[in-house]
Design a binder for this molecule. Structure first.
Ligand code: PXP
Length: 255
């Protein structure tokens, strides 16, 4: 069964909307872990629009699972990663004007530079994952850089019409098999929701799914621990049982 990395950026987005101290992603990471998160993912962006340097430093000290630091491959971020020593760095492309990460990294065009960044991180025993589109050429180029993992971009699958979705799903299946055959570990994420995660979770070989927005959105209704538990149940294929039992439990509660 794929593990679940919970991306907590959007807890920080709410805090930064008021430049105040709540909600605190560092405290709430603990609740996500109680719900069964296997890792905590944060994206420290150049413009610091949500996660702050302080969050990354404190999370390193407080979480009991794994810290996955998403970042652009810049000198500033590499220095921060070398200082914080996360359990994994996921390199992502970054554009100031985008609302969220839009596409995968272009490893073919930036191969030499990315290779240098990877070796600086690996020299300090930090495994590196590359966020890439599910394309053969990008995966082959990723393997050539010496990366440990790829994270397959599931955005096109998530946004596809019902007709197109089957094609996008098979692209991700093929990309998973190709990555494995080249010796890369495989993660996946972006745009996954309670409605569309199951088909991706069923793909053999995907080790971890990184999911953020839908879990944080759901947590407003049911709380973060429950939102993470529901996602874990869906990933394990026990989603409908979980929801049925949960409803039964609720119906036994006195009103
Ligand atoms: N993986 C990567 C590399 C991302 O950039 C993001 C968004 O920050 C996610 C996963 C999570 O995407 P979402 O918030 O749509 O679940």
């Amino acid at each position: 069964m794929a593990k679940l990395g919970v991306n907590i950026d959007h807890i920080a987005s709410v805090r930064q909307a008021r430049r105040t101290v709540e909600p605190d992603p560092v405290n709430l990471a603990f609740i996500a872990e109680l719900g069964g998160a296997d890792s905590i993912t944060v994206h420290l962006r150049e413009d610091r629009r949500h996660i702050q340097d302080r969050d990354v430093r404190l999370l390193r000290k407080t979480i009991r699972t794994q810290l996955n630091l998403e970042m652009a491959p810049t000198d500033e971020m590499v220095n921060i990663a070398l200082n914080v020593c996360p359990d994994m760095v996921t390199l992502v492309p970054e554009r100031r004007e985008e609302i969220t990460t839009e596409g995968g990294l272009d490893i073919i065009v930036n191969q030499i530079y990315i290779k240098e960044v990877i070796s600086k991180l690996q020299d300090e025993s930090i495994p590196v994952s590359l966020f890439v589109d599910p394309s053969y050429d990008q995966i082959q180029a990723s393997a050539d850089t010496g990366a440990d993992f790829v994270e397959l971009h599931t955005g096109c699958y998530a946004e596809a019409s019902t007709k197109e979705r089957v094609k996008q799903l098979s692209l991700i299946k093929e990309a998973t098999a190709i990555s494995q055959s080249l010796g890369l570990g495989v993660n996946a994420g972006h745009g996954l929701t309670y409605q569309n995660v199951s088909a991706i979770a069923e793909i053999r070989g995907i080790q971890e799914l990184n999911i953020g927005h839908t879990i944080i959105a759901r947590s407003l209704a049911v709380g973060l621990k429950e939102a993470v538990q529901e996602m874990k149940a869906l990933i394990s294929g026990k989603g409908s049982n979980y929801i049925r039992n949960h409803r039964n439990n609720h119906s036994k509660e006195p009103c």
